[in-house]
Design a protein around this ligand. Structure first.
Ligand SMILES: N[C@@H](CCC(=O)N[C@@H](CS)C(=O)NCC(=O)O)C(=O)O
Length: 209
């Protein structure tokens, strides 16, 4: 693992969005100096941290010149520009569009639905959104439908979400699957295309980053 940008700081911790950046870096074979932010202790809502990210969320990348980049995908995009190999946002116009399309689709449709269950049912998020337990339950029953949708989409036999190459869309959907398991939500075992894809993703050395 190559340590890069030693004057930068990656604020990260537990949770799917920090994991996205860490897996992304592991795929590139790079690492950045990290500052661990303890969500359980509420460090992300401290006045000092809110100066870095007014939303009080991780991950955040602070560059050596003080530039602040929030949003996991924006951080990954910056890293892609700086360290283009292997391309994880696609290579060429069609692949790039497909990656953008699929990353957005899995983030909004799958990860978003799982996130809704968490936001509206977990004590931890009570200050983040006004919670509607009935909405959490509605979205809980919708989670298997979202996986079934992805399974149908992948019935063409492609090995990865955006095509025949691994991309950030696989990282997003992979952490969504992790989140799904973490909150004990349903991903029906009968969905063979999703199961085979997930096995492929979890077998990659980057997965445990
Ligand atoms: N859209 C943001 C979401 C960031 C986010 O929600 N991070 C979570 C951890 S995975 C967090 O900091 N949650 C604490 C909170 O919202 O209070 C991204 O992709 O980076």
């Amino acid at each position: 693992m190559q340590q890069v940008e030693t004057d930068a700081r990656l604020y990260c911790g537990i949770g799917p969005n920090s994991y996205r950046v860490r897996i992304f870096m592991a795929e590139k074979g790079i690492d950045l100096p990290r500052v661990e932010v303890d969500l359980m202790k509420g460090e992300h809502k401290s006045p000092d941290f809110l100066k870095i990210n007014s939303l009080g969320q991780i991950p955040v990348l602070v560059l050596g010149d003080g530039t602040i980049i929030t949003e996991s995908v924006a951080i990954c995009r910056y890293l892609e520009e700086r360290h283009p190999e292997p391309p994880l946002f696609g290579a060429g116009p069609v692949a790039k569009a497909k990656v953008e399309m699929w990353n957005r689709r899995v983030e909004l449709e799958v990860m978003g639905t799982i996130g809704d269950v968490a936001f509206h049912s977990q004590e931890f998020f009570k200050d983040r959104v006004p919670q509607f337990p009935a909405f959490a339950e509605a979205q809980r029953s919708n989670v298997p439908n979202k996986w079934a949708w992805l399974d149908r989409e992948m019935a063409d036999g492609r090995p990865f979400i955006a095509g025949d190459f691994f991309s950030i869309a696989d990282i997003t959907a992979g952490v969504a699957a992790w989140l799904c398991d973490f909150f004990q939500l349903e991903r029906p075992a009968s969905l063979g295309n999703v199961a085979r894809w997930l096995e492929r993703v979890r077998a990659r050395p980057s997965w445990n980053a």
